[in-house]
Design a protein around this ligand. Structure first.
Ligand SMILES: [Zn+2]
Length: 369
């Protein structure tokens, strides 16, 4: 179940200031001393969930009644004190249950038990931050590290406490930060690739560290030895390092360029080819998502355009010369010369230039209509 609000990383307009605000979800690891209390609340949450599940199943079997989240909320009303849970936590659980159940189209769905990952939702305005700790229901929760975006007294939206498979607790916070205003606007086209994560229309390249490849042997050894715990740890380590790299790369781009045009390359499309592992390694979709919200935060923006023919078209003369790189075989061609105008191209830089041109054309069309 996804507990991330759908509105995360979107632009909202603040009623108070009239300025563009960026909505972000940040995740903070909490100190282990809070685990006992959060585990207790998570058990109570499971109790509410299972109550909803049972009641919903019975109502359907006996009376053909499909209980809504609102119905369930009414049935659980007043149990806050006894369960020692925030009343809105109970409400949220009822609503989330009804959403999951409606999606599954069954009156009762899976139960939440000891193996379910801990989850304690809360509503807008019920968690506050005083510069040091997060307060919820009169308890202070201390994160291991603070996030500089989190400011004392800021408005904190609906989200949840979540535990991972190792029982470590985190708090997810939905916050709003003001978008920067950008005076000058520079633009760049970005071609996402395998060897290089990104090639820019100005010729710069961001090389993808082969994180997975380098740890692959380690992983294979651990897997052969049947050490699943170690395998998972290696996987997690790779994932963290990749995320870290993608964050740094996307921040650098978002800071430098006002308009970032990206090709629409679909990872699922290419994951079907033999390059699957490299594709998963590259994490394009993560990168695109990071770029789009960071660009907004730095006062810029991103647009995604069709990548069709951007590799094959000559960015100098706009023709599709016979000498162009074509198909899967073309992926092996790094450089080529246009047989029409004689321009010599790096394949990816040429593609990035075309992507930028398509993006600027799209904007020009949008502005004139
Ligand atoms: Zn040409």
């Amino acid at each position: 179940m996804s507990k991330k609000p759908a509105s995360a990383n979107s632009i909202v307009y603040s009623v108070d200031s009239g300025r563009a605000m960026q909505r972000l979800t940040i995740k903070l690891r909490l100190r282990d001393k809070h685990s006992a209390e959060l585990n207790r609340q998570a058990r109570a949450v499971n109790f509410v969930w299972n109550y909803c599940n049972e009641t919903s199943g019975n109502a359907w079997r006996r009376d053909r009644r499909w209980l809504s989240g609102f119905d369930l909320g009414r049935l659980t009303a007043g149990s806050s004190k006894e369960l020692d849970l925030h009343a809105h936590t109970i409400k949220n659980v009822c609503q989330q249950f009804s959403r999951s159940r409606d999606k599954a189209k069954r009156a009762s769905i899976r139960w939440r038990g000891r193996r379910s990952l801990g989850w304690v939702p809360f509503n807008t305005g019920h968690v506050s931050f005083d510069g040091d700790a997060l307060k919820f229901r009169g308890h202070c929760y201390h994160p291991m590290h603070l996030n500089p975006r989190l400011k004392a007294g800021m408005k904190i939206g609906a989200s949840s406490f979540n535990a991972d498979s190792k029982g470590r607790w985190y708090i997810n916070l939905t916050i709003e930060v003001e978008c920067a205003n950008r005076a000058e606007s520079t633009h760049v086209g970005v071609d996402l690739g395998l060897k290089d994560l990104a090639t820019l229309s100005n010729g710069k390249k961001i090389e993808m560290p082969r994180l997975f490849r380098s740890s692959e042997e380690m992983l294979a050894t651990a897997q052969r030895a049947g050490k699943s715990k170690r395998s998972r740890a290696i996987h997690r380590k790779i994932a963290n390092r990749r995320k870290d790299f993608l964050h740094k790369a996307s921040t650098a781009l978002a800071k430098e360029y006002g308009l970032i045009v990206i090709g629409d390359v679909s990872p699922s499309k290419l994951a079907q080819t033999r390059m699957a592992k490299s594709v998963l390694d590259a994490g394009w979709s993560d990168f695109k998502r990071m770029l789009s919200y960071k660009a907004i935060m730095h006062g810029g923006g991103t647009i995604e355009v069709s990548e069709r023919l951007t590799t094959q078209t000559c960015s100098e003369c706009g023709s599709l010369p016979p000498s162009r790189p074509k198909g899967i075989a073309g992926l092996g061609i790094r450089g080529w010369e246009c047989s029409e105008c004689g321009a010599v191209h790096d394949r990816d830089v040429n593609a990035a230039k075309n992507i930028l041109r398509v993006g600027l054309d799209t904007l020009a069309v949008g502005a004139s209509t």
